[in-house]
Ligand binder design. Sequence first.
Ligand code: MN3
Length: 253
Amino acid sequence: MNKDAASRREFLAGVAVVAIAATNRTDIAFGTTLNNYANTENHMPFTLPELPYAESALEPTIDAKTMVIHRTKHHQAYVDNLNKALDGQAAYANWTIDEICQQMGSIPETIRVAVRNNGGGHWNHSMFWTIMAPKGQGGSPSADLAASIDKSFGSMDAFKKSLADAGMKRFGSGWAWLIVKGDGSLAITSTPNQDNPLMKGFVDVVGTPLLGIDVWEHAYYLNYQNRRADYLGAWWDVVNWNEVNRRFDTAKK
Ligand code: MN3
């Protein structure tokens, strides 16, 4: 590890302590503490996070069978294949999944495609489970976030429409995102496959995701079949604004 990397790791160790303190909280209405399932401070070998609610808790918006298959088959496969790709790569043994996404360009080319697809898949789904909540339990946008959304997109309705448009226009599989950019402004973006806005150098728009909607067919096909627009419209019933607010507050610091 060179000197820059070493000092960066020291800095990140400090950040990690703050992040753990910030996520070790019990003030959500469902589930236990966020760090039991968000597990983004973990490193190799990565593990499948627990859901912060029952598998049926998001019905009827997202059915239990979809939740089970999505997490225990799709997400588990990303975790397993990420661990496989990084197996024996001592340099990355202590990297969090955030660091791996943010520094994808440093990953050796021989394993980069696998780490990008599966590391992205692990990060994206770990986030996705936490930004959903049973209907009526997700709170509402904070005054701060609501004001930023109004400023950036005109209104909450216009924001929701733009995000749905981004999801609809994503050809094939991918994600639609609300992000905070480096200058503090909000933006809507979308990424193909399992890319995410942390992957500097690999995506069009870089930023810190506040929320991301999975628009892979595996996320909605059992309930909605080809009707992605219906899924995107219904999804707002289960958004966990409490967690989106927390992510917004953290991103602004
Ligand atoms: Mn998925």
